[in-house]
Design a binder for this molecule. Sequence first.
Ligand SMILES: Nc1nc2c(ncn2[C@@H]2O[C@H](COP(=O)(O)OP(=O)(O)OP(=O)(O)O)[C@@H](O)[C@H]2O)c(=O)[nH]1
Length: 380
Amino acid sequence: MGSIEKENKEMRRSLHLLTSKVERNEAILRSFFEMEIRLLSCSSLDELLDLILIEFRAYFRLTAVNLILLDPESAARTLLDDYTPPEPGHSLRFVNNQRLLKSLFPTPKLRIGELSAPLKSIAFPSTPSVLSSALLPLVRHNCLIGSLHLGSNDPTRYSEHFDYDYIGHLASVISVCIENCINQQNLKRLSIIDMLTKVNNRRAFDQEIIKELSRASRHKTALSCLFIDLDFFKLVNDNFGHQIGDKVLQAVGTLLKKNLRKTDFIARYGGEEFAILLPNCDSEKAMEIGNQLRQKILHMVIHDNECKPFRISASIGVTSCTAESFAFDDLDAQAHTLLKAADEAVYQAKDKGRNRIEYRSLPDMKPELFHSLSTSLNDR
Ligand SMILES: Nc1nc2c(ncn2[C@@H]2O[C@H](COP(=O)(O)OP(=O)(O)OP(=O)(O)O)[C@@H](O)[C@H]2O)c(=O)[nH]1
């Protein structure tokens, strides 16, 4: 073979290698780009975490994907109250300070390749089969906010000899998405939460009752409403001070959350008044639940500023409805009717001596009566 021919062959081989490398890089970039779009379109932290912890694994053919998040004020943990990650306690962990993150990233740079045993036990506590990995520092405003760990059982998958700019870029996108989701959801949460008791506020209740009435009518299920009004609360404030009064309200909020189902809706409706929606719950069951709450409130021991114990009581009003309860379709009118009945039941309980539970059935309502009724309720 002549030397020119040999040179040509060599050049064709190089060209072929170069073309396939470009094609491979293009495919990688495309897949990263697609994932970036999906990350940016996540509308909640749950959705974002599912994408990272579950879908990344299949999409990038990985053995393990783990995440550590800095969460000093438990903001993320509060938002994720109902969220279960894959391998709970391993794939998603929260830290209150940066110590652990700093041990993974003495400088906030990607860590690629094989990990030492101690680092592996931090990054992949439940996956010893990981042989090579990419540890991505998540950074926002020059602050380490977390660490994402991509692990493979292929020892050559992540190697120091390759360039991983696109993974670094992905880490930046993930950092922004995590921060955005937490901030947005936190803001939304703050607008519907009563800051003192950490149950929902009245605004959230007024929205929820419409949703629940609509759901109850669609599924033909019962919906009950409880009003809980603390007795002689003014005396608590007068005798022990406002701070202790606040402590009582917080304790009642905690007691209600602890003793009701996740699907029940608890709100602070006014100063010392709580309102509860019990979906799929008829009058008999609602009375039973209400009475249990009354007894639990009565047995709750609170301490004043001198650590002396005292107790409180509550008057409870209950009402229930079913799809057939209303002669009209207007959900606002239905909500007002339900609230008025629960409110009247509380007053009856107060009238009869307090620390009691009373039931008020819904009146036979005519739609034309609704307007005067809603006006009087709004004036309360
Ligand atoms: N500490 C504290 N007190 C509050 C708060 N909101 C309302 N209150 C107090 O709750 C008290 C309610 O008093 P009243 O409406 O007279 O009712 P009550 O003393 O509970 O008497 P009955 O309801 O008739 O049993 C008032 O003294 C309010 O100042 C709050 O956020 N914190």
